[in-house]
Design a binder for this molecule. Sequence first.
Ligand SMILES: [Zn+2]
Length: 504
Amino acid sequence: MMMRHIFVTAIGISFLLVNLANETLAAEAGFAERDITPDIGMEQPGGYGKSFHRTLHDACKVRAAVFKDGESSVAILGLDALMVPRHLVLACRQEIEQRCGIPADSIMISASHSHSSGPTGMVQPGEYDHASEFVQKLAYEKSSTADPVYLERVKVAIVEATCEAHDKLAALNVGFGSGTEDKVAFNRRFRMKSGFENTHPGQGNPDILGPAGPTDPEVGVVAAWGDDGELVGCIVNFVCHATLNPGGISANYIYYLERVIQGVMSEDVIVVFTAGASGDVTQVDNLSPYVRPQPEQWSRMVGGRVGAEAVKVMYSIETTKEFAVTSRNKVLKIERRPPRPDRVKAAYELLQDPSPKADATELAFAKETVMLDALLQKQPFADVEVQAVQVGPVVFVSNPAEYFCQYGLDIKKGSEFPLTFPVSLANGCVGYVPTEEALGPRGGGYETRLSSYSNLIPTAGTTIANEGIALTKQLQPGVIPTRAPHPPFSGTGWAYGNLPPQVD
Ligand SMILES: [Zn+2]
């Protein structure tokens, strides 16, 4: 009797444990957006020098999704912006937490990397105030600079969009899935006959041996419907640089992605876009035998195809109102790599007496070398926040890098979640973070150039990936909802379909 009692209790406890582990909570979702279209005449960031907006193509937005279960709430934001600086993220988080109670550390603010967006970067206001007058002039007058007026506008928009999404929280039917779009994005780095790697070696270049890195065609989707069957909002995750400038101010290809989803579903749908590990992946196919499409057509093609794939996923997924919502994060201090002293000296000499022979690229990177040298005096380490935000069976794993695609694949492989969506350029910006191979003796190219923008030590990428995977291990993956299991075979099939051919 005693034995039996213990046995029953043991079963009872193990049942309880299993139940706790798989516990799903009634959850809610909410979506909202705000306009952050820059003014004509504002800077258009994306290069190392200054460029200004002259025309408008379409609106840039802050796009926010908020999820809440019984205990926790998280926010996932996608901005139509080149980058989102760390100081802006911290200011927004603080205000959001005060206004609507979402914990600061549970808010993910990411940039799409739109190269046709407003001045959120590169140089931040006051960033080089500690440096010499000469360096200040290079930073503030010769470089792409963030506009304090625009940054304030973006801050207000981020806070308002997030709090509105929070206010709109409702028991929606949420689905999770992914599809494949493998015809619009290409790795832009190649192994060359020289023994090194080049970025964009040029179509038809006979010295190309093959791509130096992968692509990731997964189109990640989280989508939420009302009980009336109308799609309320969605998150789409995809790996491709937003360098498809259709001409003028624009959300870039994300505009066409949104148009396709809204065109099929409803024009009121909020589409939150998060960029995967896209550091070395763009729309340019260096191996194509054909001339490139026109900018407008190209932008439609990339955005349209990714949006259409997202729609296909949405039509296939099952939904639930019960899922777990939680997040983890960690701020790493990662060392920057200093430029060699002789290179700093040569850069100063070139800039102080620019010879007519020095080309624009040489001058741009001389400026970058001098600026990095000054930056290191103030910030020898970069704050690199790694974050994992769980929405049921999906985990978004973010970092502030223009992160190489291989690392995104590594994170997907290392995560035990049914769906893992890496997010780059989130919660700050630390420039390109290439693979150790790309920074090795047989590497090279554009992204590995040392600049005030890209300068973390070669192991940074691996450290970030490992930390991202470690954060996912602290979470309990949810299950992708499916239709009810089919009952066991009843012994009868379709009565019309069970006869031999009638040819006699
Ligand atoms: Zn980039």
